[in-house]
Design a protein. Sequence first.
Length: 150
Amino acid sequence: MKLAEALILRADCQKRFAQLKARLLVNAKVQEGDQAAEDPKEISAQLEAVADQLADLIKRINKTNSSTAYAGGTISDALADRDVLALRRAAYAELAQTAAITQDRYTRSEVKYVRTINVVETQKRADELAKNYRELDARIQELNWQTELV
């Protein structure tokens, strides 16, 4: 199985787990004299099986990411870089958006706000980080389809 396939399967397991949890909560209690629509013990058993499958997949994915070389490091290193790029991009984009907002003043007694940053440069930085993120993500995705799961 390729790493990319395992990542898709992991996402499916996470969705399935969430669905089973929701079903379990709905059937956890009923009005006296009524019966649950589904057996909570059966749902709980399914939830446990999915949880075990998910744990196994996560361990194998993590081992694969930690042992697969990529650009002088590992896939795990590249994922960390990608996550930090996303955080940095979001920070600069929000900063540019906040500084770009103008406030109307109707009287001279109202507080006047001035920008402390260059919005254009900040937005360019956010755009550059977004481009770097997309490029790194594409390289990681490509490697995921080439790498066998451990």
